[in-house]
Design a protein around this ligand. Structure first.
Ligand code: HPA
Ligand SMILES: [Zn+2]
Length: 334
């Protein structure tokens, strides 16, 4: 049981496809008559030895082949929601990669509707709120992203916003400026991955060219003091994923993770799991791992949880309720 299970948590950096555990991957492979390039769950798990972001993405996109139907997408996200509810999850803004599925002939609406089914069920059965964030794959053509956004117009009521993910190095945010401007016109919120593998300049570019309200990862901002000052001044939320940074070898050891330096600088940092099935931990596990490697006092744990609430796209009322729950947790720990 996580030490932080009772701390109310908001997950802002979570890829639906990154919650696909080997057991479910094989269940869906059998159900859909799809073959995986691994003989067993153990063999698949043994392949989770990544050297960088691309080595992870290659496996991540390969296993998505088992996801074919609306029911599959429901089952995928529901398994994540049930498991995370036990770790204190209260609100989640879920990334998904439609191009990884439509390029295989899966209907856009089956992806969105299946994920939305799971979130709706989580609202009634688990008391978890949230929404969906459609991510564009930055290593695929801009016009494909533009077409994906046009397809999304039939589902604007269930989409919170758009994001940008996949390979960072060599794929800067700038070319997606027009697509993000169109998303804003459609009333969608904007976030982007930047500064995990790519340099600090990618963070500034995401802010300036895409108008993002939140930066996913952003750890490399520390290389640029002027950028840090700007992120502090503008209170830009940074969704940090220490277990991702460890498994993708952005840091060699969690003890050396720059989280303390980011907090000391006054950055609005929160803790998230990214791709929990692949990186070895869900959101509560992430708090535990940081506590074990670096020490984590209760005030700091509450600050991280509060930063996630503040950085979320939840309603003002929901934010106020979650902040109250965090203060109650802190009071009970004293
Ligand atoms: O950690 C990630 N980084 C970039 N793209 C991704 N797509 C899924 N997970 C990731
Ligand atoms: Zn991510």
């Amino acid at each position: 049981m996580s030490t932080y299970a009772a701390l109310p948590k908001v997950e802002l950096h979570l890829h639906a496809e990154g919650t696909l555990e080997p057991e479910l991957a094989f269940t869906l492979a059998r159900r859909n008559g799809v073959s995986l390039p691994f003989a067993s769950e153990e063999e698949l798990r043994a392949a989770y030895d990544f050297t960088d972001l691309q080595s992870f993405l290659d496996l991540y996109y390969a296993t998505t082949a088992v996801l074919r139907t609306r029911r599959d997408f429901h089952d995928l996200l529901w398994a994540y929601l049930e498991r995370s509810a036990a770790q204190g999850l209260r609100h989640v803004e879920v990334f998904f990669d439609p191009q990884a599925h439509t390029s295989r002939g899966v209907a856009f609406t089956d992806v969105v509707d299946g994920l939305h089914d799971a979130l709706t069920r989580a609202g009634t059965e688990l008391g978890i709120t949230g929404g969906l964030i459609l991510c564009f794959l930055r290593d695929r053509p801009v016009d494909e992203a533009a077409r994906t956004l046009e397809e999304a117009r039939t589902r604007l009521d269930v989409l919170l916003g758009v994001g940008l993910d996949s390979a960072e190095v060599g794929f800067p945010p700038g070319p997606f400026a027009g697509v993000f401007a169109r998303a804003a016109e459609l009333g969608l919120r904007r976030v982007a991955h930047a500064g995990e593998e790519a340099p600090a300049s990618s963070v500034a570019e995401a802010l300036d060219a895409l108008g993002v309200e939140r930066v996913d990862h952003g750890v490399r901002c520390l290389d640029d003091p002027d950028l840090v000052a700007r992120l502090v001044r503008e209170e830009v939320p940074l969704t940090v994923c220490p277990l991702s940074n460890l498994r993708l070898r952005v840091v060699q050891d969690l003890a050396e993770h720059p989280l303390p330096a980011m907090l000391a600088a006054g950055l609005k940092v929160s803790l998230h799991s990214d791709d929990p099935a692949y990186f070895g931990g869900y959101v509560g596990d992430t708090f535990d791992a940081v506590a074990a490697a670096q020490g984590l006092d209760d005030a700091t744990a509450a600050l991280l949880a509060r930063n996630a609430v503040d950085g979320s796209f939840a309603s003002p009322q929901r934010k106020a309720d979650l902040r109250g729950e965090i203060e109650d947790w802190l009071a009970a720990r004293r």
